[in-house]
Design a protein around this ligand. Structure first.
Ligand SMILES: C[S@@+](CC[C@H](N)C(=O)[O-])C[C@H]1O[C@@H](n2cnc3c(N)ncnc32)[C@H](O)[C@@H]1O
Length: 165
């Protein structure tokens, strides 16, 4: 999928992506969600209470051992329908352009997304979770435990005014 599928708006900047890749990835499963169009997706996992399914491919299922001990997980997934390579973006609701690395937009050189999800249950090779924001069928890259003790930064902020970089 190239930038033309979703368009590049005035003021936006695309990366000159190299021909080759620096690393390979294995998709370890798929995320099953109620959303089949981007416009219908929540913008982040707190915007919906929908219970979604993390389908882990049988080859990777042994890695789920002990996962039910976690109340929350970090999911890393691949935004397979995103424009790839945008470096400067003009978000619809922003007052000006933003650098991709200051945004959670799926359009980026490596379209990797993350969500912290609540683990509701585990049935065979599938997890039921709450807190996703992606299209049905989005490829899954990794699952990690969320540690409130080390992952939470209650004082963190994103201040746009006055930011130069
Ligand atoms: C703003 S991103 C946030 C993703 C993730 N929570 C993060 O912070 O990295 C979520 C949006 O990405 C879009 N999206 C969802 N699944 C996608 C996919 N498979 N490919 C491309 N875009 C997708 C939808 O518009 C959705 O509202």
């Amino acid at each position: 999928m190239d930038a033309g599928d979703f368009g590049v708006r005035p003021g936006e900047v695309m990366a000159d992506l190299p021909e080759g890749f620096d690393a390979g990835l294995h998709f370890i499963g798929r995320l099953r969600t109620p959303w089949t169009e981007r416009a219908a997706c929540p913008k982040n996992g707190l915007q919906s209470d929908a219970v979604c399914t993390v389908e882990v491919d049988p080859a990777y299922a042994p890695g789920l051992a002990s996962v039910t001990g976690c109340t929350h997980l970090i999911l890393l997934y691949w935004m397979d329908r995103a424009t790839r390579g945008l470096l400067v973006q003009q978000p619809r609701h922003a007052d000006g352009p933003r650098g991709t690395f200051s945004l959670r937009s799926p359009a980026r050189p490596n379209p990797i997304a993350l969500s912290v999800v609540e683990l509701i249950g585990c049935e065979g090779d599938a997890l039921r979770v709450r807190g996703l924001d992606c299209l049905d069928g989005t490829p899954l890259l990794d699952i990690k435990p969320y540690y409130a003790s080390t992952d939470s930064r209650p004082g963190a902020r994103v201040d746009r005014a006055g930011a130069t970089r």
